[in-house]
Design a protein around this ligand. Structure first.
Ligand code: CAA
Length: 383
């Protein structure tokens, strides 16, 4: 591994964290329980994030964005997730959907599609998975065939985060099934393109404020200009994208865990049993010590991965997978312990930690299950 020490947050990063934390305390956290209970998109959070330019901070200034680096973007996602995991998917999925364009899109394509996202006028989702192609993403059946000077797409994409609320979609489709992974290409599809429809939102365990739906592509006709990058190189583009965005899932996991730890710390200091604060029991203190240690280790690994993402370092594949895997496993442990520290109160919806535990679970699953992360990691170690 390269020795890359430059991942410590600068004063600017610290200012971003402070501003985002204040905003989330005032405008995101108050809606988190309702968004979860009613499974509604967090409109108020989206408005607040847009007003502060935290909705898609990674978009470069050339396209009207604020040009936050990968670490600042991770910090924003972490802080939003600390308040409301569903809302953190606004900046996270905007990065996921647009990353293929940032990595390989033409100037013209990027200008057309990234500018509205930067302005907060549109959101962007990423369509890789299918009913029969989850971990084995290259087994996709969605087809794009040439049609005059453009393309015609048919297929079904599944587990698409923010489907229906996003205006634009990066869709991966097979343009040459005989070539397998080397015959996949990426396209921009608009929500309003004729032939695009959405399934009923999934009923989920967590992140209930972020709709997850199937996306149906029924003879969707696209001009040639909607191809992202080079024909046949879409699968590599999909995996390169995930190298970068697994860092954002790690940041989300760190934020969810921090929210749960903060709440549990406040609770054990207040709650009295056997004539003393629960926090005075050494058994509780040891739990808090382990939670805080694991959380900080995950945060440092996430920031180290963000530094690699910023520079597209060769070992980003390892760091992105390691950070996502480690941080999401940590978030599941820390949020479960937070529920335990609250006892019966942790198990009911009057307190936020059961929501955080449910929200944490998805971070071990999406953008590649943690079993897939370990496949990626082992390949890197053995190569
Ligand atoms: N960057 C660029 N290229 C890469 C790469 C990377 N990180 N990793 C592999 N490649 C290249 C390989 O070199 C190979 O290239 P050649 O054809 O030139 O040899 C090509 O890509 C295919 O690689 P593999 O043979 O390793 O591919 P595979 O079929 O064995 O799959 C995998 C590898 C790691 C299992 C991959 O399929 C994977 O990551 N699966 C998980 C998919 C995933 O994360 N899905 C999440 C969907 S997004 C989401 O969840 C968000 C949402 O909205 C819900």
């Amino acid at each position: 591994m390269n020795d890359v020490p430059l991942f410590a947050p600068t004063d600017e990063h610290k200012a971003v964290r402070a501003a985002c934390r204040d905003l989330c305390r005032d405008k995101v956290a108050p809606h988190a329980a309702d968004v979860d209970r009613n499974a509604t998109f967090p409109e108020a959070a989206y408005d607040a994030l847009r007003a502060a330019d935290f909705h898609a901070p990674h978009i470069p200034e050339t396209f009207g964005g604020v040009g936050a680096d990968a670490l600042a973007t991770a910090i924003v996602i972490e802080e939003v997730a600390r308040a409301c995991a569903s809302s953190s998917l606004i900046p996270a999925v905007n990065k996921l959907g647009t990353m293929p364009l940032l990595l390989a899109g033409s100037e013209e394509l990027n200008k057309r599609y990234l500018t509205p996202v930067a302005a907060g006028e549109a959101m962007f989702s990423y369509c890789l998975s299918e009913p029969e192609a989850g971990s084995d993403a290259a087994a996709m059946r969605t087809r794009a065939v040439r049609d005059g000077d453009g393309w015609r797409l048919n297929g079904v994409k599944r587990w698409i985060t923010n489907a229906g609320v996003s205006d634009y979609y990066t869709v991966f489709a097979s343009t040459d099934p005989d070539r397998g992974a080397r015959g996949i290409s990426a396209f921009v599809v608009e929500k309003t393109d004729p032939g695009v429809t959405f399934g009923t939102p999934e009923k989920k365990l967590g992140i209930k404020g972020s709709p997850t739906c199937e996306v149906y592509l029924d003879d969707v006709r696209l001009p040639a200009s909607r191809l992202v990058g080079v024909e046949g190189e879409g699968f590599k583009l999909a995996l390169r994208t995930l190298d970068h965005t697994r860092v954002t899932i790690a940041a989300q996991a760190v934020g969810i865990a921090q929210g749960a730890l903060d709440y549990a710390v406040g609770y054990v200091k207040e709650r009295r049993q056997f004539g003393q604060a629960v926090a005075d029991f050494q058994g509780v203190q040891f739990m808090l010590a382990d939670m805080a240690t694991k959380l900080e280790a995950a945060r440092q690994l996430t920031y180290a991965a963000a530094a690699r993402s910023e520079r597209s370092d060769p070992d980003l594949t390892f760091f992105g997978a390691a950070a996502k895997c480690f941080a999401s496993d940590m978030a599941m442990e820390v949020t479960t312990d937070a529920v335990q520290l609250l006892g019966g109160y942790g198990y009911v919806q009057d307190y936020p930690v059961e929501r955080m535990m449910r929200d944490a679970k998805i971070t071990q699953i999406y953008e590649g299950t943690n079993q897939i992360q370990r496949v990626v990691l082992a390949r890197q170690v053995l190569k």
